[in-house]
Design a binder for this molecule. Structure first.
Ligand code: 13P
Length: 338
């Protein structure tokens, strides 16, 4: 099998109508923050128990085609001693891994950030592949202000994503390319659209420069939304219209799937927005789907509370959100289903 066949096989398994991706790749500090909200300490054992619960949730394979794991999780086993990536693979869910090492300041460019982790990436990917991972994720982050992100910030971040994606494809790993324009701030939806469009344009230039095969990537962007402190809220329909305009302008048809991040939206809003996009554009060149972290896990954490007796209820909570987002991917969700 050629590397191209391998990449295509992974794409075929991940990109399916009515299905999306579960992001469960919280770094240690992030999972500690999520657990703190329910009064659970983020020990290695609690993290293992929680991720085992997620990955073994009965029925999710009907709506979830891939799961992004944190690299520590790849080496963990469930109570029966089965490696967590295998727990997923046995059910036809593709295991993947977050490979970036987080963001820091972009030197000499105030307000821009940049993500680290390219050094040694090829070797790490080979190791993750041995552990069962077949796709990877790398996130670049863009904060919005009147004067940022800067042109330099946009170019530098695009270059990182393209270099990461090229290394992944060379190793037979499908790259999820994740540029996240943050919801933080009081900017308008129009400003978010302007920044998101500039970010996407630069990313596709960079992917082209680095010979990345667009058929073998998945794009994981933000939706176009007003900032969370903006006085005016936007309807799901308005968000869908603004978001689709940006992606029609910037994302080539060769890209098989756009899997949105939830970025701090409520679970219901994340589902309703995705549904509105699929209603507005029922025949899109790309699958319009989800790769949610918080919007899939918030109700699960609430149901679980760190207690073994709540395991089944927590798994049911995950199944419910997965099912509703699966419906939203088909444009068949309604709030009555909540
Ligand atoms: P959210 O859906 O919670 O934004 O998380 C997605 C993700 O993977 C962020 O990198």
């Amino acid at each position: 099998m050629t590397i191209s066949d391998e990449l295509q096989g992974t794409i075929d398994q991940m990109v399916q109508r009515g299905k999306g991706i579960l992001a469960a790749d919280e770094s240690q500090p992030t999972i500690a923050k999520r657990f703190a909200a329910i009064g659970v300490e983020a020990t290695e054992e609690h993290c293992r128990t929680y991720r085992s619960l997620l990955f073994a949730a009965p029925g999710i394979e009907e709506y979830i085609s891939g799961v992004i794991e944190f690299d520590d999780t790849l080496a963990q086993v469930d109570d029966a001693g089965i490696a967590l990536p295998m727990v997923l693979a046995q059910r036809g869910i593709v295991p993947g891994v977050k490979v970036d090492k987080g963001k820091g300041a972009l030197a000499l460019s105030p307000n821009d950030s940049i993500t680290y982790g390219l050094d040694g990436l090829a070797e790490r990917l080979a190791h993750y592949k041995n552990q069962g991972a077949r796709f990877a994720k790398w996130r670049e982050v863009y904060a919005i202000g009147d004067r940022f992100p800067s042109a330099l910030g946009i170019t530098a971040n695009a270059e990182m994503l393209a270099r990461y994606a090229a290394v992944c494809q060379e190793q037979g790993i499908v790259p999820i390319v994740e540029p996240e324009v943050l919801i933080d701030g009081n900017h308008s939806m129009a400003r978010c659209a302007e920044v998101t469009e500039a970010v996407q344009k630069e990313i596709f230039h960079a992917l082209h420069r680095h010979h990345v095969v667009l058929e073998h990537i998945i794009l994981k962007p933000n939706m176009v939304l007003p900032g969370k402190d903006h006085p005016v809220r936007a309807s799901a329909e308005a968000i869908a219209t603004a978001t689709l305009q940006v992606f029609r302008r910037t994302v080539p048809m060769a890209v098989p799937s756009i899997n949105f991040l939830s970025g701090g939206l409520s679970p219901e809003a994340a589902t309703a927005n995705l549904n509105a996009m699929n209603i507005a554009m029922p025949i899109a060149p790309w699958l319009l789907s989800f790769s949610y972290g918080r919007a899939l896990q918030e109700t699960v954490l609430q149901a679980w509370q760190g207690k073994a007796e709540n395991l089944a209820a927590a798994q049911q909570a995950l199944l419910k959100r997965a099912r509703l987002n699966g419906a939203a991917q088909r444009g068949e969700y309604s709030s009555a289903m909540e």
